[in-house]
Write a protein that binds this ligand. Structure first.
Ligand code: PLP
Length: 439
């Protein structure tokens, strides 16, 4: 066995023998992984179905069209969106939106990192801030101490800053939120809206969270999503855009890319497609596209995850076990930044605890987590004051309610030195060995 295969075996064993509470990871079905390794990877196909630059694309054309159709079937009940399945991951999907509609120095308004946003939302350290002007909106503290995005203050910022683009969507935001009102407001001021639902797309697909796919001004103009979190597919992304030019956007027609005949595009999705190819990318990764198709089939119930639990029940299991985990962590002494309403919980650590140390100690007993900042966190980005947890991955392995409760207790027993590391590691081992393992 060469080194690469040895390492692969080690990584498989690491994943099997630990409890993964990282809210942005999951265990896709073996069929998803199988398709990633299939012969699709051998084929080049620059362009789009029926318009490729190389021969031999009859099957890839069928594949890409099929996956596009399934993506629309899962997410768009309005018939107002088109889709591109070629973006390589969540970050490049967002970047394609920037390149489609922004000009140098345009203003972009996006959620602050500490308020739950993502680096690729044009955080100030983003390389894109060289070309555009990023501004951030934030969460406010409620009387009960919890935090939530201040949508009224955001509206004032829209009026004052006149951004070209507003990004709505989060990486570490435990609350539910709605899209229609802020989309309508932004559109009144000629602002494009990108909804980045990388984290919550599985909940949206299951009907357990509001959707940004809406008709007219109530809907986001662009929707980006990763495919490897709650939707339980391969690492990758899907990018949707309206299949027409909204009225407010007609003033921007001259900045959108031209179509292949040199004429103005007639939809935002056409503008996205031209920006991606020939504007920025080479050939699509058809193995990834095939694997995305498999997870969409599982969402639709046209194929099944190995536990044969339907996707809505799986998503309900995530919400329930995550809430139980949060309650258990709270009982053990941690404080939620805001009570969770989705697949993740964000907890504050006591002032005298170091999140990096705790993350390491948890890893030593077999619990995999990540440290996280939160609104008004006084600590540094590398050693922030909080931790983020989520149960999407463990729900795929059949985590029970009682185990979710127990894991919360183990974590807080470790943080507050209530039991020995050896005893806690043994408890972790017992849980992890009782869980399903599909590979
Ligand atoms: N957008 C959000 C909201 C995310 O949480 C993430 C990743 O965690 C991304 C974009 C980036 O996705 P990727 O890591 O696939 O580039």
């Amino acid at each position: 066995m060469n080194y690469l295969f040895e390492l692969t075996a080690k990584e498989k064993s690491r994943q099997k023998n630990t409890l993964n509470l990282i809210a942005s990871e999951n265990y896709p079905s073996p069929k998803v992984l199988q398709l990633l390794g299939e012969i699709w990877s051998n084929k080049y196909g620059e362009g789009y179905p029926s318009k490729r630059y190389y021969a031999g694309n009859q099957n890839t054309d069928l594949l890409e069209s099929f996956v596009q159709q399934k993506a629309l079937q899962v997410f768009d009940k309005t018939g107002s969106y088109g889709v591109n399945v070629q973006t390589l991951s969540g970050s490049p999907a967002n970047q394609i939106v920037f390149l489609t509609i922004l000009q140098p120095n345009d203003v972009v308004l996006s959620p602050q990192l500490a308020s739950g946003g993502h680096l690729t939302h044009m955080h100030t350290v983003s390389s894109f801030s060289k070309f555009f002007q990023p501004h951030q909106y934030t969460a406010k503290q409620n009387e009960d101490g919890s935090f939530e995005i201040d949508f009224e203050a955001l509206k004032e910022q829209i009026v004052k800053l006149k951004p070209k683009l507003l990004i709505v969507g989060f990486s570490a935001y435990p609350k539910k939120y709605e899209f229609a009102e802020i989309c309508r407001f932004a559109h009144q001021y000629n602002v494009f809206v990108l909804a980045d639902v990388a984290h919550i797309n599985g909940l949206i697909a299951a009907g357990l969270h509001d959707s940004p796919f809406k008709e007219g001004d109530d809907g986001a103009d662009f929707v980006s999503m990763t495919t490897h979190k709650t939707i339980r597919g391969p690492r990758g992304a899907i990018l949707f855009a309206k299949n027409y030019i909204p009225d407010f956007a007609k003033v921007y027609l001259d900045i959108l890319p031209l179509d292949a005949k040199g004429q103005p595009v007639t939809s935002l999705i056409e503008a996205v497609n031209r920006t991606l190819f020939p504007g920025g990318y080479g050939g699509p990764h058809f193995n990834k596209i095939a694997a995305i198709g498999q997870c969409l089939l599982e969402v639709l119930g046209e194929d099944q995850y190995p536990d044969e639990i339907d996707f809505v029940t799986y998503s309900q299991n995530i919400l329930r076990t995550n809430k139980i985990l949060e309650q258990s962590l709270q009982k053990g002494g941690l404080v939620p930044v805001s009570p969770t309403e989705n697949h993740l919980c964000l907890m504050k650590l006591p002032e005298n605890k170091d999140s990096l140390e705790i993350q390491k100690k948890l890893e030593e007993i077999g619990i995999i987590t990540n440290r996280n900042t939160f609104p008004n966190d006084t600590k540094t980005a590398y050693r922030p004051g909080g931790m983020r947890f989520g149960t999407a991955a463990l729900a795929s392995r059949g985590l029970s309610d009682q185990q979710a409760e127990q894991i919360g207790r183990i974590i807080t027993d470790l943080i507050f030195d209530r039991k020995s590391k050896d005893d806690l590691a043994k408890e972790v081992r017992d849980i992890e060995q009782s869980l399903n393992w599909w590979y």
